[in-house]
Design a protein around this ligand. Structure first.
Ligand SMILES: [Zn+2]
Length: 56
């Protein structure tokens, strides 16, 4: 089973963030932006892989 984690540091501690520009809003139906709480980098997760928390 695939566990979502940060592609940079493999941390599983991250939170959803809002879309920041038109590009991200254009792909928001497919992926959700997240920010890693450990290394602070932004990355995307496919919606069907992402946790429900922080997707508001
Ligand atoms: Zn990270």
């Amino acid at each position: 089973m695939f566990t979502p984690n940060c592609p940079h540091c493999k941390s599983v501690v991250f939170r959803g963030v809002g879309v920041r520009n038109s590009v991200e809003s254009a792909i928001a139906w497919l992926v959700s932006p997240y920010r890693c709480s450990l290394c602070g980098k932004h990355f995307f997760l496919f919606r069907w892989l992402a946790p429900l928390a922080g997707t508001a």
